[in-house]
Design a protein around this ligand. Structure first.
Ligand code: ADP
Ligand code: AMP
Length: 214
């Protein structure tokens, strides 16, 4: 099962992708997480990616596409994966399509988690992530049991550098111009499914399971 998560930054793609990965036993592949791991480890790629990420811009396709192709060619992706944050541009989607069609393969589901812009800033300013294990919470909607501490691993939660309101505005505008056209792209391929991302997290997931099957 090859699944793509679409939606604005902060719509809940990562939250739902983790739940999909758990239920269907496929890897959750997030280009944002891969870049953040590179930043944390001080790699050359991380240094390059950080300048774009901090400005709320997309990392150029030259740095992103090969990285993703490499990841999905690893053994654990043989039975499928859920992509979160990739593709983000039409050229990225075309590269993915080309790579898959070379193996007589294609994306099975593109799930668009629909959340209006006016909800996004609140979602992102309340987002807290665990740098150790990658779990994500929200201070109001999805709180941890102990404030500031990850339920899963006990790590100390942090705000993402790019979740500041000024950067969020840039990311939203980049989303509308460069990423939103993917909704039409996957609609044309007849694999697009829309879910209402403003609902409570478990309800969003239940709607996704209706699409993917039990
Ligand atoms: P994305 O991966 O699309 O950028 P996240 O999954 O990180 O978004 O979610 C953004 C923020 O919104 C996080 O703080 C997350 O805990 C919270 N969130 C996710 N889903 C919901 C939901 N259904 N209702 C309320 N808050 C949510
Ligand atoms: P995310 O964790 O998906 O919100 O991504 C955080 C940031 O990483 C984005 O704002 C981009 O700067 C960068 N990024 C992640 N995925 C991609 C991608 N597929 N193409 C370009 N930039 C990306």
């Amino acid at each position: 099962m090859k699944i793509i998560m679409l939606g604005a930054p902060g719509a809940g793609k990562g939250t739902q992708a983790k739940k999909i990965a758990d239920k269907y036993q496929i890897p959750h592949v997030s280009t944002g997480d891969i870049f953040r791991a590179n930043i944390k480890n001080g790699t050359e790629l991380g240094k390059k990616a950080k300048t774009y990420m901090d400005a709320g811009q997309l990392v150029p396709d030259e740095l992103t596409v090969d990285l993703l192709m490499d990841r999905i060619s690893q053994a654990d992706c043989a039975n499928g994966y859920v992509l979160d944050g990739f593709p983000r541009t039409i050229p990225q989607a075309e590269c993915l399509e080309k790579a898959l069609s070379g193996r007589n393969d294609a994306v099975d589901f593109a799930i668009n988690v629909e959340v209006p812009d006016e909800n996004i800033v609140a979602r992102m300013s309340g987002r807290r992530a665990c740098p150790a294990c990658g779990a994500t919470y929200h201070i109001v909607h999805i709180p941890t049991k102990v404030e500031g501490i990850c339920d899963r691993c006990g790590g100390e939660l942090a705000l993402r550098d790019d979740d500041k309101p000024e950067t969020v505005k840039n990311r939203l505008s980049v989303y509308h111009t460069q990423t939103k056209p993917l909704i039409q792209f996957y609609g044309d391929k007849k694999v697009l499914h829309e879910v209402d991302g403003t609902q409570e997290m478990e309800k969003v997931f239940a709607d996704i399971v209706k699409v993917l099957g039990e």
